[in-house]
Structures are given as structure tokens and as C-alpha cells.
Design a protein around this ligand. Structure first.
Ligand SMILES: Nc1ncnc2c1ncn2[C@@H]1O[C@H](COP(=O)(O)OP(=O)(O)O)[C@@H](O)[C@H]1O
Ligand SMILES: [Mg+2]
Length: 311
């Protein structure tokens, strides 16, 4: 596919946003002038029944989502003979990954509303019987709304598990579902059994990454990383940043990152409620830190935590 191509006689492709093993994501403009995003299966991939089945599942999951914290699907074509594509409304802003690549660290006050929106999205996702299984910064869009509020949306239901169908592992050649860096330990070993609480673990990893600039675990190979997640307790925010974090924030992140799903919050709703309590804890917040918002006088500790390169 190329910029300027007309898809299905009505979507003019603009700029390529992403390229996976099977599909491409493009900005597009419809012939009636709407700004959209289309995910299109490449012809080779469209010839594979398993890939088309997975793509249809993504479309079905995305179509079930009515939360305004999830991008709105406007059309999906997943029936033969193709072309196969899914269309969403285009959202402004940028991914959390892009935002963090620039700002490096975010303060708790800055991250909290984003986490709140994502938990809102997960509440809707789980209520629909869907486990997202791929919550990570690249799949989170962050935008400043006209009223000045920073809002986040969850995207990419490409690995979603739906309640109502047998989930044969449609991964690419036995790969773990989801990004190893963010996925829950049980997702690594028993992808099929991973439930809504796996999404909470991934969200905990997103929180840890945004607040500290580091992932809870790092290793040189995916299998070594998996072993760490399965066998070791995650570090605390304080141990990674060298600064004292409020106990309540440490606890909230730590329960999301619990190795056993039963030790995590029981639901996205519960995690969101706990987050709202944290946000009310006046005087409990760590001082503003990180990225462009760092105070003029940066302490040694702050200098140190900003150095590690993101993976
Ligand atoms: N509705 C949207 N509005 C704006 N950008 C989007 C939208 N959907 C996806 N994107 C961008 O396209 C990228 C790829 O989309 P995604 O659905 O995550 O596909 P992939 O399966 O390739 O990861 C995202 O990381 C994001 O940058
Ligand atoms: Mg994605």
C-alpha cells in the first residue's frame, strides 16, 4: 500500500502509522472528508485463514467497545474476498510511548489521570467479556482535549481475547501474546487462561515505566525477562529512583504488579477506586519530578534516574 491509494473506493490513504507482520496502519481521509485510521491486511496475510480469523476477532472486539476511552470503530470488512480492513475515527495527540520518549519521566499528578482513563477503558473492556492482552505505551493514545484536560484512550484490540469463542492461540508462530516487557507472568505461560487481571498487571507496568523511566524488570533476552517476572518480586519505585515514594503509591503499584493474579486488585473497578483514593491523599504526592517539568535545581538523585535509556 502507498500513500494516496484509494481503499474500497472511499478511503484515501495518507501517512503510514504502523506496520506489523500482517497488516499496516494508515491515516486516511474518507471521500466525505472524515479523518480516519485504517488497519489493512496485506495481501499475503489475507490469504491465511488464521490471520483473517484473528483480524475478524480484533474487529469484533473493537466493535463491541462503546467507551469513549476507546477509539470508535466506524467500519470493518472481514469477509472474503477482501480487502480486509478496520476503520476508526482518528484521534489527535500521540502515543504514551512517544510522549515518554520525549519527556522521559512523568509526575504522579500527570500520570494519574491517564491511568484513570485507562482503567475506565479496561472496566468497559472487561465488562464486554474481553481481555485486551496488549496494554502498553504504544497502544495508549494521549491527547489534550479542548477543555485543556489530558485524556487517554486504549487502542489496538489485535490480541484481544473474547469470552464467547475458543481462543486457539493465534499468535505468530508460538510467540507470547503481547509485548513481553509489559505482559503478566501468567500470560507468558498460560496465555489462554490469562484473565482481566493480566491487563491490570500490564497497566501496573505502564505506571511503573511512566513514573520511573524504567521497566520493573530488564534482561537481555525475552526468555530471561519472562523468568524474572515469574520468579522475582518487582522492585519498588523508591529502590529504582532512589527517592522516597509515598507508601500508598508504592502499595498501589505493587499490588498491580503482584505475580499471583489473586494478589492483584480484584477488578479494574477496584484498582480505579484505589487510585482515586490515592489522588485524594493531599500532601502524599511526591514532588513534581521528571522530564521537562523538572525543577530548575535538579538533585543528584533525579539526575541519576533520568540517565538510563529506555528500552
Ligand atoms: N484511532 C487512532 N487515532 C490515531 N492514531 C492511531 C489510532 N489507532 C492507531 N493509531 C496509531 O497507529 C499505531 C498502530 O496502531 P495499532 O492499532 O496499535 O496497530 P498494530 O497492530 O500495528 O500495533 C498506534 O501505535 C498509533 O500510533
Ligand atoms: Mg499496537
Amino acid at each position: 500500500m502507498r500513500s494516496g491509494d484509494l481503499l474500497a473506493d472511499r478511503y484515501r490513504l495518507g501517512q503510514q502509522l504502523g506496520r506489523g507482520s500482517f497488516g499496516e496502519v494508515w491515516t486516511a481521509e474518507s471521500t466525505d472528508g472524515r479523518r480516519l485510521v485504517v488497519k489493512v491486511l496485506r495481501p499475503g496475510a489475507a490469504a491465511r485463514a488464521d490471520v483473517v480469523t484473528r483480524f475478524a476477532r480484533e474487529a469484533r472486539a473493537a466493535a463491541m467497545m462503546t467507551s469513549d476511552r476507546v477509539c470508535r470503530l466506524t467500519e470493518a470488512r472481514t469477509a472474503p474476498p477482501g480487502p480486509y480492513f478496520i476503520v476508526w475515527e482518528h484521534q489527535g495527540g500521540e502515543t504514551l510511548e512517544e510522549l515518554l520518549a520525549r519527556d522521559d519521566l512523568m509526575s504522579f499528578d500527570h500520570v494519574a489521570p491517564i491511568l484513570d482513563d485507562l482503567l475506565d477503558a479496561l472496566i468497559a473492556t472487561h465488562a464486554a467479556g474481553i481481555v485486551h492482552r496488549d496494554v502498553k505505551p504504544q497502544n495508549i493514545l494521549v491527547a489534550v482535549e479542548p477543555d485543556g484536560r489530558v485524556r487517554a484512550r486504549l487502542i489496538d484490540f489485535g490480541l484481544a481475547k473474547l469470552d464467547d469463542d475458543g481462543d486457539e492461540l493465534l499468535t505468530t508462530d508460538g510467540q507470547t501474546l503481547g509485548s513481553v516487557a509489559f505482559c503478566a507472568p501468567e500470560q507468558i505461560e498460560h496465555s489462554r487462561e490469562a484473565d482481566a487481571r493480566a491487563d491490570l498487571y500490564a497497566l501496573g507496568t505502564v505506571a511503573f515505566y511512566a513514573l520511573t523511566g524504567r521497566l520493573p524488570f530488564a534482561a537481555s533476552t525475552p526468555s530471561a525477562l519472562m523468568a524474572l517476572k515469574v520468579n522475582q518480586h518487582p522492585p519498588t519505585l523508591s529502590s529504582v529512583t532512589g527517592e522516597q515514594w509515598p507508601a500508598a503509591i508504592e502499595r498501589w503499584v505493587a499490588t498491580l504488579l503482584a505475580r499471583q493474579p489473586s494478589d492483584r486488585p480484584a477488578s479494574a473497578q477496584a484498582a480505579r477506586h484505589e487510585l482515586s483514593q490515592l489522588r485524594l491523599g493531599a500532601g502524599e504526592r511526591p514532588r513534581k519530578r521528571g522530564g521537562k517539568r523538572a525543577p530548575a535545581a535538579v538533585t543528584r538523585t533525579e539526575t541519576r534516574v533520568k540517565q538510563p535509556k529506555r528500552r
